[in-house]
Design a protein around this ligand. Sequence first.
Ligand SMILES: [Zn+2]
Ligand SMILES: [Zn+2]
Length: 603
Amino acid sequence: MAQQVQEKYEESQLYKIRHSAAHIMAQAVLELFPDGKVTIGPPVENGFYYDFDLPRNLTPEDLEKIEKRMRGIIQGGFEFKKTIVSAEEARKIFANQPYKLELIDGLEKGGLDEYGEPLKDKPVISIYQQDTFTDLCRGPHVDNTRQIKPTAVKLMSVAGAYWRGDEKNKMLQRIYGTAWESEQQLKDYLWQLEEAKKRDHRKLGKELEIFIFDEEVGPGLPLWLPNGGVMIEELEKLAKETEDQAGYSRVRTPNLTKEDLFLRSGHLPYYAESMYPPMELEGVKYYVKPMNCPMHHKIFAAKPHSYRDLPIRLAEYGTCYRYEKSGELFGLMRVRSMQMNDAHLYCAEEQFEQEFMGVIALYHKYFKLFGIEKYIMRLSLHGKAGLGKKYVDNERLWIKTEDMVRRAMTNGNVPFVEVEDEAAFYGPKIDVQIWSAIGKEFTLATNQVDFAQPARFDLKFTNKEGNEEVPLCIHRAPLSTHERMIGFLIEHYAGNFPVWLCPEQVRVIPITDGQNEYAHQTVKQLREQGVRVSADVSAQRMNAKIRSAQLMKVPYMLVVGENEMKAGQVSLRVRDGSQQNNISLADFETRIKDRIAKRSSEL
Ligand SMILES: [Zn+2]
Ligand SMILES: [Zn+2]
């Protein structure tokens, strides 16, 4: 698959359906509350909403009624008619709708669109009408309400929202709805929502004792419990093995550095808002690091390099600290301390494609390992207007580097889309979007091609001709941060991790106290083989012991009773429900060691 062009949501049929559903909902609401005031109602991701100023609070019964009426309107087969009007005419049409009058003023003056969002040009005012309802709107819409499937529309919830998002304004009632092209799509979406709730990493992470947050430690600063500690170790082992094979070298750098380093890198002052404030000692300011790159650059610069030494690949699971606003923190996905699968690859220009594709190969290896089937890479390019402001002022280098990345992706058959004006300050970046087993989207990691920082750090190597040359630098983190990766893996697997990644791989369950000693022996024997195993010698009955192992999603339970003990065997109960009675421990050992060694997804 070469370069893809993603259809813009704003131009899709789904967008028209949702936008039209919002208008239909507004009609139904106004029929129920003839004195109600309408404000705005745009399509959003997965659905639409509309904000109303109504004489009383909406009840769940109201929502049912509104939804039912919407189906009636849809089946009425009404056309969506667009008319261009003057501001004068618009004011007459919306004489009883004060919020619309305010929006018309904005449109007339220019500068704001019908949603109150900033606009460059003075817009043409248009209205859309279906049946009895008219809205100030630039579209687009379906041609006829019949193009919407009445069974593919559902109202979801009501929430409070301030007019224009400003808390000084009146609180409105926002109805959220969802609409799809078919009833099946709607069903799939509702299933996914339900399933996502069950898989929520914040909920499962607590139940499976993987991580916690503590108020005295601080928001966005996760504490990893022993189970989380095991997963982190396993991911680092995976990264280390993979990177060793790919010719990386491992380095270690401090969490704290002088201000000078970030002044040189350019993070200060531009990135200061995302950094923790400095601490001052003996007249020197120190920062906790928001990224590892500057220190890796220093390591590269620690000795002179010839072209023969390149590429040099420096890797570190570095802990970084970034100041995310409290309102933006979200479980493990948005945190303030993060351990990053970081590396910086320094190479000559002619080595770029091979190095870049080497990084992509790591992604593919990890995608395969974790059963990630859907992913897309988004290549973010510079915007001409931002040169010298948002972006390093060197258009020639931008175009050249972007071409290099594009060529590498195309040659490597990597699916990607391009987005203008979204690059990093010092070079184009590739955002990696992945979808979990239930189709939920995650942003995993970002790769960056950097043609500016190496020069700022005065990095160089001697080329074949004996001249000094500045290397390119690729920043990459295919396993993202532990925080984001484990958050994703929890939801992707719903906590049913593959054996190699499971904090507890085996639980031995003696049926009575009479087998406790045998259970301990079994544990000892498996531990010597490197298996993570424990015995449940609590006073609980066997079924309760099985239940608690199931709750922790332990892949293998070894039940041992009198008979198993006498025969020196175990009875195996697997997480998938299968069972195998009276097998030798040696056979079980062979099975589990094979799964672990291959990092198999099979049980
Ligand atoms: Zn509209
Ligand atoms: Zn970096």
